[in-house]
Design a protein around this ligand. Structure first.
Ligand SMILES: C[S@@+](CC[C@H](N)C(=O)[O-])C[C@H]1O[C@@H](n2cnc3c(N)ncnc32)[C@H](O)[C@@H]1O
Length: 496
């Protein structure tokens, strides 16, 4: 980048930044909250930094940004408190060979497919694909037909019920129970464990898969584990049964369809139990296809951020609390901080990742998570959130180079959650340049279910007072504003 000629924007680029395409291939493989579109990441990385500069994301999430920075030959430091985030980013940076991955899937299939199918055996010796439950009561059993597509539906028999009951006393071996908090929004109770999100039969089958997965070396094991975590929602009792969709001859259809599981809405009363092997194999096929299209097999990375600063490594992926990690970085060492921090009370990341972390055998650090939680026992109120975010901004200011940038994706529905931006004025040398809306987030189920939430995230642009870059062309981006976006409510607590 040459000083003074920043942000050369073509109209095609403008469109793709504020209204990007949906994720594809490896980027679409695993769910995570608030995955950021590659278009805007790569555009700003390209325009705000030169090759070799350090880009930092203190709230790494799915880690897609690490691939973008690598592709553009920038150094990168990513930090996240969520163990899942580190696993997923490590996976993206060192994808297994597609043939080796498929070979492992076939070996696992040889070893456990029949055992898993036995747990779904019906009285006629054939195997069920889906069970429809209403709360604790089994109401239908489905089977895939031998030919054609139309499923065959059965009333549950004594044999189906006895088979399920035979797993009631099963002692789970490989899966942590996890920590839960009272959270009415996601239907969670403090005395729950992840065992409540699955039938015991599903947990038995997941244990069988985990026994197999553990046999593989690190890189393959990680990809196999993420195949399991990415299919775990579909294996759980969180899969909605949808009815009343569409009309036949003006009458509401009573046909039941299999919904997906939705992150953030747990335990629907009418729900499915789906054959665990089928869920796993479907995801494995998707991943295999994505692996065939991907190239990032062996991008080296370290867990030491200082080795990136000292140019001994190009990528540092750090598991921990950003507040602590940022304080270890030298001042004026980072060119661009581009990040999507937790958005006040919108998404409790660790709570929602708990299922994945339990399957990965990882412990979540709930005490240091930056979030506003309505679980009283967590003591995560708005004041604490503002305090933590302010500290992040003050540290960001310290470590940024004089011609550096801070870009922040942000969305909070209440005025108070934006208050930490006043800290920027009072305690840093950073200057607000402007912001624009990112249309991609309008389809998020979690977001759309929150009355009063802003329908889009905003990307907020800050620069150092001393920076001499001309940022005028940013106003070509649709929706560009030079004031902070209007927040919708005075308090976010009572509007649901
Ligand atoms: C909105 S998400 C980031 C999503 C990311 N932009 C992506 O593309 O996937 C916010 C992240 O902040 C992380 N986080 C929360 N508190 C943290 C802390 N104290 N230190 C580091 N990361 C934290 C959460 O685990 C979550 O992954």
């Amino acid at each position: 980048m040459i000083q003074g000629t920043l942000f050369d924007i073509e109209s095609k680029t403008i469109e793709s930044i504020s209204n990007p395409e949906t994720y594809k291939g490896i980027y679409a493989f695993h769910k995570y909250w608030g995955k950021k579109p590659s278009e805007s990441l790569s555009y700003f990385i390209q325009n705000c930094t030169n090759k070799g500069d350090i880009v930092l994301d203190p709230f790494l999430g799915s880690g897609l940004i690490s691939i973008e920075t690598h592709a553009l030959s920038r150094r990168f430091i990513g930090i996240d408190i969520n163990p899942f985030s580190i696993e997923h980013t490590s996976f993206l940076l060192s994808l297994p060979n597609p043939n080796e991955y498929m070979k492992a899937i076939h070996e696992i299939k040889n070893n456990v497919h029949d055992k898993i199918f036995e747990t779904y055996r019906m009285s006629d010796g054939k195997y069920a694909s889906h069970y429809l439950w209403e709360k604790e009561k089994l109401i239908k059993v489905w089977r895939k037909p031998e030919t054609g597509k139309t499923r065959i539906e059965f009333e549950p028999t004594n044999s189906d019920i006895e088979l399920i009951q035979s797993f009631e006393k099963y002692e789970i071996r490989n899966i942590k129970k996890g920590t839960f908090f009272e959270n009415a929004r996601i239907n969670a109770k403090a005395d729950m464990s992840i065992y409540n999100l699955f039938t015991r039969r599903a947990l038995y089958n997941i244990d069988l898969l985990l026994d197999e997965i553990k046999k593989y070396p690190e890189k393959l094991q990680r990809a196999l584990l993420l195949t399991l975590t990415s299919s775990s929602g579909q294996m759980s009792s969180m899969v909605f049964a949808i009815s009343g969709r569409g009309k036949t001859k003006n009458e509401e259809s009573t046909k039941i369809e299999v919904g997906s599981w939705v992150i953030g809405l747990w335990c629907p009363e009418l729900h499915f139990e789906i054959n665990v092997w089928n869920c796993f194999e479907n995801r494995a096929k998707k991943l295999h296809k994505a692996l065939l299209e991907s190239t990032n097999r062996d991008i080296p990375f370290t867990n030491d951020p200082l080795s990136v600063v000292r140019k001994m490594s190009s990528i540092g992926i750090v598991h921990g609390n950003s507040l602590n990690v940022l304080s270890t970085l030298p001042e004026k060492s980072i060119k661009l901080i581009i990040t999507d921090p937790p958005h006040s009370d919108r998404i409790p990341y660790l709570e929602l990742s708990e299922m994945w972390n339990c399957l990965l055998n990882k412990d979540s650090d709930f005490s240091d998570e930056i979030v506003v939680s309505n679980a009283k026992e967590r003591n995560k109120n708005k004041m604490k959130y503002l305090e933590d975010m302010s500290k992040i901004l003050i540290e960001s200011n310290r470590i940024l180079l004089e011609d550096g940038f801070l870009l922040m994706y942000f969305n909070a529905r209440d005025k108070q959650s934006w208050d930490f931006f006043t800290v920027i004025k009072a305690k840093t040398n950073l200057e607000f340049v402007g912001a624009f809306p990112m249309e991609y987030s309008a389809n998020s189920v979690v977001q759309d279910n929150r009355k009063g939430a802003m329908k889009t995230d905003y990307l907020l642009v800050f620069k150092h007072h001393n920076g001499t870059n001309d940022l005028n062309s940013l106003n070509k981006i649709p929706g560009w504003i030079i004031e902070l976006p209007k927040q919708t409510t005075a308090s976010g607590d009572n509007d649901e």
